[in-house]
Design a protein around this ligand. Sequence first.
Ligand code: SF4
Length: 225
Amino acid sequence: MELIFSHIEHLSTTAYPGRPCSVVHTHGCPLTCIYCTAEDTGAGRAETQKLVELFEEGKELIDAVAIAGCEPLKQEASLELAAQLKEKGFDIKIHTTGYYPDVLEKVVDEGIADLVEIEIKAPLDTERYAMVTGKEDAAEMVFQSLEVLSSSQVPCRITATLAPPVFSHEDLPELVHALACYGLGDLKLRNYTGGDVKDPWVMHSYVEAPSQQRRCSMLHREVIG
Ligand code: SF4
């Protein structure tokens, strides 16, 4: 099966926590976030078996692969690639928007991911999530994905991209409480630093958000102890 991808990072020291890994960024996304620039990237195609062979060449350096977005769960080939890499002994991280809970359930049930990361794009409120992502059902899909993860044994982490004014530190208490309801607490924050999020085509970059991260950890301790 062919995977459509935008690019491959042969060595990343940040994509898989604590592990050097390779990253394949798949092409195609169901969302249209107001700060997205992913449409600008080109797309390549390769048989999943060829990609496995490519990653095996780097096995002296890496023993984990992150399959990331745009949105990897949009393509069945992502699951095939994950399963093939697992067979070769790689640990797999899936980085998803949470828009495909049914596919995520399959990933979890079939044991083809060792870590799942969901990226939260907006406050977990149906209207505001729709405003940022362009999909009216996006928040509902994320809720369902969080439910899938909360009832699975697969380790997971949540990333939230703060993009004031549409998603700011003021929304963190509600987000932390919502995640705590699912028993999920590994929340990592990033700041959108592209400026005013009004123009859908602004260039963007991200930085870690240490002060909010500390505040979030304190909130999480308050909520679930
Ligand atoms: S999830 Fe949003 S930011 Fe990420 S690729 Fe899709 S539209 Fe772009």
